[in-house]
Design a protein. Structure first.
Length: 185
């Protein structure tokens, strides 16, 4: 079973095409509510199976503090990009929770001092946990901050407001990263 995590409407359509081309079950995980407003392509062109992409590269030098990479799974890519602008962090659109793009993960981990996993699902047993397992298997030691939903019932309501309450909007992401890795409020 594979799990795709599209960041927006365009990727959702493309990953649905990719899923259709597979000869095994593929779940396409997308949240309720409105999308980011990215126009889908007219064609049914897919995306590479199991591969993510770097969307923003940090220009931070080691003298300026630790280089941080945010690994975004799904629709939180856009708040991640906004937070990363303020933090000068790298942002990776992972696209797939399973299979995890381990090659991209290890490449990013080699060039950064700290990693942040970001997902709209539960932290426990989620994509961030898969990242930790992959790093452990490769014997790569990096501090990792997992951002996502706690393993508890979350009240039903407006997704934007609920994510903000959990610190999963751009200001919340920025605050969490600053507190954990940059020692600034």
């Amino acid at each position: 079973m594979s799990i795709a995590c599209p960041a927006d409407e365009r990727e959702c359509r493309q990953l649905l095409s990719t899923a259709y081309a597979q000869n095994h079950p593929v779940a396409v995980r997308y949240p309720r509510g409105s999308g980011a407003g990215v126009e889908p392509l007219a064609s049914l062109e897919g995306l590479p199976f199991g591969k993510g992409e770097i969307r923003r590269e940090s220009s931070r030098t080691s003298e300026a503090g630790p280089r941080v990479a945010i690994l975004s799974f799904g629709s939180l890519l856009y708040p991640a990009l906004e937070a990363a602008q303020a933090l000068d962090a790298t942002v990776v659109n992972m696209r797939w929770a399973k299979p995890l793009d381990v090659e991209l993960l290890l490449e990013v981990a080699a060039r950064h001092d700290a990693l942040v996993t970001l997902e709209e699902g539960a932290i426990m047993g989620g994509a961030g946990s898969a990242v930790l397992e992959a790093l452990q298997a490769a014997r790569v030691l990096r501090p990792v901050l997992q951002l996502g939903l706690p393993d508890q019932f979350i009240e039903h309501g407006d997704p934007v407001k609920l994510l903000a309450l959990q610190g999963l909007d751009a200001p919340g992401i920025e605050k969490s990263v600053r507190e954990r890795f940059l020692n600034t409020p």
